[in-house]
Write a protein that binds this ligand. Structure first.
Ligand code: ACO
Length: 396
């Protein structure tokens, strides 16, 4: 972690280390070869490729291989990885019991609980050796969609559907949620979404995973912690509220008054603003195209897409006016809401569906952090009192 006086930081001299910015804004907390977010250029690099090189052109397993192995797979490697992940999809009984018990809980909570149980199925759950990490990464990446789909069914009072190994990851997920094989356009849309969100620099959930991994804790513990960080509305929990916003606004002519009213009440407009991007999030552009493609088939989706475009334009204009200089632009969550809605997913499961894509990135960061093998342990700036003296109530 970069501090003004690294020598002092090394000695643990808390009083001489300059405090880092609030929320570690701008602090470099890790070296990574996995992804890079250039917030001024509006670029996201994943394993050496700009997002626009990958999105819609490589499948999720290929992007996962790129992160876990450092290169896109050859044809044979890809076939093997797909087969390996496909046979790992079914959930162990213990995990399914937890998903059933959590049927009424929010999907992201159910995923957190189910994720924790998945270490039961590993031969050596405490091992952080590269081979053990890769085994755990494949198992978690294969099973997250099964957990989310099973939970979606159970929470709707339906029985879960067993995964099929003959379908792609995205097609199988939609099949397990809806009970029928999806249209190939829908499966491709979900696959592109998962590639788009697969990794994103030192975001809060990835940082949480790396902090846990830096203690030499295991893969399952690290990603389970990451799910907790992803849940919050300032991170992965925004697309549900984006959809609520569009439903409340209802028609483009009501957008300006609605946005002004929210800002006047001190509330944030979901799907806008980003800690790193000061220009449009490149993922928003990819997902806008996906949402547009998906909206072509259904009139209702098309109307929602048109409304979203209008609300986006209005929100950007009003945010610039009411919050000048903050550079609040459209972020990934805005069009995520439209893509996931058009796939027939419920808003409450949006963040858990996000986790099904980000899991591959989390696992890659855990592998990288385990190889780095250095404890992440920053200091805090003490702002409390000093010199207090204890007096026992009995002594008065
Ligand atoms: N709507 C209105 N005002 C906003 C918004 C927003 N969406 N985002 C930031 N601001 C304002 C803040 O109120 C603050 O104003 P002030 O200077 O008058 O106090 C200023 O912009 C700076 O805000 P910070 O909270 O310091 O900015 P930060 O970089 O910490 O916030 C964040 C980034 C959390 C994403 C924020 O923009 C936000 O809350 N957005 C809405 C939620 C959202 O879309 N989350 C998804 C993010 S993408 C992802 O994580 C996958």
């Amino acid at each position: 972690m970069t501090v003004n006086d690294p020598e002092a930081a090394r000695r643990g001299a808390s009083l001489t280390a300059a405090p880092s910015p609030r929320g570690l804004d701008g602090v470099v907390a890790a070296r990574t070869r996995l992804s890079h977010v250039d917030g001024l250029a509006g670029e996201l690099i994943i394993g050496g490729y700009e997002l626009k090189e990958l999105a819609g052109r490589v499948g999720f397993e290929e992007a996962g291989h790129l992160l876990w192995r450092g290169a896109l797979p050859g044809g044979e490697e890809l076939g093997e990885l797909r087969r390996e992940l496909a046979v790992l999809r079914a959930l162990p009984e213990e995990t399914m019991r937890v998903v059933r018990a959590a049927a009424k809980a929010p999907p992201i909570d159910a995923l957190r609980m189910a994720s924790a149980t998945l270490s039961l199925d590993l031969a050596d759950p405490d091992s952080i050796a590269p081979a053990a990490d890769l085994t755990a990464a494949k198992m978690l990446t294969a099973r997250f969609p099964t957990v989310v789909a099973a939970h979606a069914r159970l929470s709707a009072g339906q029985e879960p559907i067993l995964p099929r190994a003959d379908l792609s990851r995205a097609a199988n997920f939609l099949y397990m949620v809806h009970g029928k094989e999806p249209d190939p356009i829908a499966a491709r849309a979900l696959d592109t979404y998962w590639v788009t969100v697969i990794d994103h620099g030192m975001n809060a959930s990835t940082f949480a995973a790396r902090v846990i991994a830096s203690t030499r804790s295991d893969m399952v513990s690290a990603v389970t912690g990451a799910i907790g960080a992803l849940k919050g509305p300032l991170h992965g929990g925004a697309p549900g509220p984006v959809l609520d916003m569009l439903v409340e606004i209802r028609s483009a002519d009501r957008a300006e008054a609605w946005v002004r009213n929210e800002l006047a009440a001190g509330r944030r407009i979901m799907g806008f603003g980003h800690r790193v991007y000061k220009v449009r999030d490149p993922r928003a552009e990819v997902l806008r195209s996906v949402a547009e493609e998906m909206s072509a088939a259904h009139l209702e989706d098309h109307k929602l897409f048109d409304l979203a475009r209008a609300v986006e334009g209005t929100a950007l204009k009003v945010l610039d006016e009411v919050k000048p200089g903050r550079n609040l632009r459209t972020n990934v969550e805005f069009y995520t809401a439209l893509v996931l809605q058009s796939l027939g997913l419920k808003p409450r499961s949006f963040v858990a569906t996000f986790a099904c894509g980000r899991i591959a990135g989390w696992c890659a960061h855990v592998i990288e952090q385990h190889a780095e093998d250095h404890l992440i342990r920053p200091q805090s700036e003490y702002v409390g009192p000093r010199g207090l003296h204890f007096s026992s109530p009995d002594s008065t």
